[in-house]
Design a protein around this ligand. Structure first.
Ligand SMILES: C[S@@+](CC[C@H](N)C(=O)[O-])C[C@H]1O[C@@H](n2cnc3c(N)ncnc32)[C@H](O)[C@@H]1O
Ligand code: SF4
Length: 425
């Protein structure tokens, strides 16, 4: 059963069993409903997810904001009474912060897309701890706002906080969602738009069982494997996925399998996708970006369209499904190759993910050689870019519409894994 998360309302705190809690810690997340007024993409996902077995989409965000269970794990119950606040009305949130007690601490994850709202809330004078991918200088005029360059530093300045431990999902009790599970961090490729760290660090398998058990408050059928390029030889523990599946199945009734993400060149290796399927993979996300070899080279993607076609054919033969990530707004793209590929493989493609090329803050790789001038240039959800004229924006939007229409026309009366009983949404 799905438990709706109160909108701006502050969710009931978790009271510690023993000692009296000394501080109220409010973990604040901006709702997608507030940040993205245009609901075209959200509506597309809602319709698509309803046809994709195991896919659940919470009301306020595509998935659980990963920073919240991390920070919650660092705030022990004996020192903090934790609450979740989901903001979909900025005025109400402002009043809540303005009424805060002196000991209350509000935690945020900043993005270019929410920094304006964050600064508005900072004007209340409430004590705030902010992390994320923005220029910390924007908070310079707010001495009550602490900017955390690395969440690992939290215990250094917040009395009572401890180093990260098993993730704490209790603030999302009962939420229907797709939790993320990580077997490695980083990615050894260096696509030049991407901010994922280039050092690959495999996770310690000794922690798997506790991390998987920690999902107990959640309602889910699928887990998203957070490894950025699943199957990367630099993180050979991907071959343990079968054991991970057995732990999930033992601990979570109704668990059905995994979603992985990986570039098509890794996916095209002989036998790889079959191994993935045998270890419980049900859906594969490809960072396709564009089906145009010259532009893939420009982006420094580690594959070419021949890998994309080969891997897609294997997905079809194995009865798996693919969800591609596309990047629109790459200078010079006419989207023809991308639309063509979608049309050829729509039967394995129940949905697509759309992004608009962005030069993210903190991307040290650069090399995109683009004029980065506006806020939109740094935001992958914003359509307007300094490097695109109106005609080019219209071409990108037209391609998105066409891709959405092609997938929806095919999938309107179909569902993934049709032989299995349809999941309750
Ligand atoms: C973290 S990547 C993982 C994908 C996977 N490693 C692969 O390349 O196949 C997820 C997706 O986010 C999108 N993305 C990441 N950085 C972006 C940027 N600067 N601008 C636009 N989209 C971006 C891309 O579509 C990318 O495939
Ligand atoms: S886009 Fe994917 S493959 Fe490329 S660097 Fe980022 S995570 Fe790695």
């Amino acid at each position: 059963m799905s438990v709706p998360i109160p909108t701006v309302g502050i969710r009931r705190g978790i009271l510690p069993s023993g000692e009296r809690a000394v501080s109220r810690a409010v973990l604040v997340q901006f709702s997608d409903l507030l940040l993205t007024e245009d609901s075209t993409m959200r509506d597309y996902y809602r319709r698509s997810y309803a046809r994709m077995r195991g896919y659940y989409m919470p009301q306020h965000f595509m998935e659980i904001p990963y920073w919240i269970p991390i920070v919650a794990s660092m705030l022990p119950d004996e020192h903090f009474r934790k609450e979740l606040m989901v903001v979909d009305d900025l005025d109400v949130a402002h009043s809540r912060l303005a009424e805060a007690a002196e000991r209350d601490v509000f935690f945020f994850s900043a993005l270019d897309a929410n920094v304006e709202q964050l600064l508005h809330l900072a004007s209340t004078g409430a004590t705030m701890v902010v992390g994320g991918y923005v220029d910390p200088e924007v908070f310079l005029g707010h001495p009550h706002v602490s900017f955390l360059h690395d969440v690992a530093n939290l215990p250094d300045f917040l009395p009572g906080a401890r180093p990260r431990t098993t993730l704490d999902y209790r603030l999302f009790d009962g939420l229907q969602c797709i939790p993320r599970f990580s077997m490695s961090s980083g990615c050894s490729f260096r696509c030049n738009f991407c901010t994922v760290p280039t050092q690959v660090v495999p996770a310690d398998p000794a922690g798997y069982e506790a991390e998987i058990a920690a999902f107990a408050p959640l309602d889910f059928r699928l887990a998203f494997i957070d490894d950025k390029s699943f199957g990367d030889p630099a993180a050979n523990n991907w071959q343990d996925l079968g054991k991970v599946r057995d732990i999930f199945a033992a601990l979570h009734h109704g668990f059905e399998g995994f979603i992985i993400q990986t570039p098509p060149s890794l996916a095209a290796r002989p036998g790889f996708l079959a191994d993935c399927r045998d270890m419980g993979v049900r859906y594969v996300e490809f960072g396709v970006e564009t089906a145009h070899d010259g532009l893939l080279k420009y982006l420094r993607k580690p594959f070419r369209t021949k890998h994309l076609y080969k891997a897609s054919q294997t997905i079809r033969e194995l009865g798996l499904y693919v969800i591609p990530n596309f990047i629109m707004g790459i200078p010079g793209d006419d989207y023809k190759g991308t639309v063509q590929w979608v049309r050829e493989f729509v039967d394995i493609m129940p949905a697509v993910n759309i992004n608009w090329l962005a030069a993210h803050y903190g991307n040290e790789r650069g090399h995109l050689d683009l004029p980065v001038e506006t806020f939109g240039d740094r935001d992958q959800n914003t359509v307007t870019k300094s490097w695109l004229d109106q005609e080019e924006i219209a071409a990108g939007l037209g391609a998105v519409q066409e891709i959405y229409a092609v997938t929806e026309a095919y999938w309107r009366d179909r569902a993934t894994y049709p032989g299995e009983q349809v999941s309750a949404q």
